[in-house]
Write a protein that binds this ligand. Structure first.
Ligand code: HEM
Ligand SMILES: *[C@@H]1O[C@H](CO)[C@@H](O)[C@H](O)[C@H]1NC(C)=O
Ligand SMILES: *[C@@H]1O[C@H](CO)[C@@H](O)[C@H](O)[C@H]1NC(C)=O
Ligand SMILES: *[C@@H]1O[C@H](CO)[C@@H](O)[C@H](O)[C@H]1NC(C)=O
Ligand SMILES: *[C@@H]1O[C@H](CO)[C@@H](O)[C@H](O)[C@H]1NC(C)=O
Ligand SMILES: CC(=O)N[C@H]1CO[C@H](CO)[C@@H](O)[C@@H]1O
Length: 326
């Protein structure tokens, strides 16, 4: 009797385990470090809380870093690597404006002290992206971990894989589809532009020379153009503009409010109105009532993005210093 019960429990366990395995086909799971470095996530959270207290404007770049990491060779930390010849992802134009590498280094040092050689740089980037959203009053999601770090970083790959802010909806959807992400993921993850800043150079063409005739982008609200022109002079390469003026430090739905009013900053933001599915999402989330649904969707899409091209098991390595392969 007791034996058959034991066998039953064992079989149940195996079935359960294989279901879980299936759910995490890529080898990632929530709580991967629970045994090997139980304080890992708490350590990240603490360093990020300290950072946000003194430099809240780093939330934007730190969230964006995970996107750039995942879209170029998969989420394997290559975005962090230095190159002696300035040919790394870091050095590609869409990335030049990424900041926050020092924060990742501080998190890594703290983790190396607690559990040397255990927590990957790619997982740090993924956890940090969640923690900065939480710090900006967004929602919490469980971050899957277990990524390992890659050893190649290429500027050309970054240029080929990161969509330009001038992309139309066709290009955006296909760029996301190539990474296994849907039109819904596109419109949800673009909601990240509710925090952070942009260089004027990323959208100045819309204000001053849209088709090469000294014209403006007809899809951008005229009053907004006037306001942006006060901030951004032609050929300005240095000024930063808030992407969601007035609430650029709050992770809320005001990005969708802006896009719905034809005040999305980039052509890629405005393009979300050109597809029926993404347009409907924008419209349905353009008021504060949409916040709970957006935050929930955002966590789901971030987990999906965090699975792109990961290295798990014995692949890759655990870097000791995030800017350099072991
Ligand atoms: C859909 C395609 C996307 C395009 C074309 C795009 C483009 C851009 C551009 C051009 C900037 C401004 C960079 C600068 O001039 O300093 C920016 C900023 C930002 N992006 Fe995106 N992005 C996209 C998707 C995403 C995704 C998926 C995320 C995160 C999940 C994200 C998060 C951010 C954040 C947080 C900032 C603010 C960065 C800061 O404060 O420095 N973006 N994006
Ligand atoms: C990588 O480059 C950054 C900035 O140039 C520098 O601070 C850091 O020390 C470099 N890392 C390594 C391992 O050389
Ligand atoms: C989108 O952009 C691509 C590349 O610039 C272009 O080939 C295509 O015709 C554009 N599609 C639409 C619908 O405007
Ligand atoms: C606008 O773009 C056209 C074509 O690229 C260029 O010849 C012209 O000099 C630009 N004008 C301004 C004011 O930048
Ligand atoms: C880089 O990674 C590949 C595949 O993971 C491996 O074959 C190669 O030996 C690694 N090279 C270095 C320098 O670590
Ligand atoms: C896509 C993007 O953000 N491009 C910008 C990258 O940084 C350079 C230099 O600041 C800008 O000129 C690009 O517009």
């Amino acid at each position: 009797m007791a034996t058959s019960k034991l066998i039953f429990i064992l079989i149940q366990g195996i079935v359960l385990l294989s279901v879980l395995d299936f759910a995490n086909a890529q080898g990632l799971k929530v709580g991967f470090y629970a045994k090997s470095c139980p304080k890992a996530e708490a350590i990240v959270k603490k360093v990020i809380a300290q950072t946000m207290a003194v430099a809240p404007s780093l939330a934007g770049p730190l969230l964006r870093m995970h996107f750039h990491d995942c879209f170029v060779r998969g989420c394997e930390g290559s975005v962090l690597l230095n190159s002696s010849t300035n040919q790394a992802e870091k050095d590609a134009p869409p990335n030049l404006s990424l900041r926050g590498y020092g924060v990742i280094d501080r998190v890594k040092s703290a983790l190396e002290k607690a559990c040397p050689g255990v927590v990957s740089c790619s997982d740090i980037v993924a956890i940090v992206a969640r923690d900065v959203v939480v710090a900006d009053m967004g929602g919490h999601w469980d971050v899957e971990t277990g990524r390992r770090d890659g050893n190649v970083s290429s500027m050309t790959d970054a240029l080929l894989n990161l969509p330009s802010p001038r992309s139309n909806i066709t290009i955006l959807k296909s760029s996301f589809a190539q990474k296994g992400l849907s039109a819904k993921d596109l419109v949800v993850l673009s909601g990240s532009h509710t925090i952070g800043t942009s260089h004027c150079s990323s959208f100045n063409n819309r204000l001053y020379n849209f088709t090469g005739n000294g014209d403006t982008d007809p899809t951008l609200d005229n009053n907004y153009i006037a306001r942006l022109k006060m901030k951004c002079k032609p050929n300005d390469q240095t000024t930063l503009a808030e992407m969601d003026p007035g609430s650029f430090k709050t992770f809320d739905v005001s990005y969708y409010t802006l896009v719905a009013k034809r005040r999305g900053l980039f052509q890629s933001d405005a393009a979300l109105l050109d597809d029926s599915e993404t347009n409907t999402y924008v419209t349905n989330h353009a008021t504060p009532k949409g916040k709970a649904s957006f935050l929930k969707d955002f966590g789901v899409s971030m987990v999906k993005m965090g699975r792109i091209g990961v290295l798990t098991g014995n692949a890759g390595e655990i870097r000791r210093v995030c800017s350099k392969i072991n």
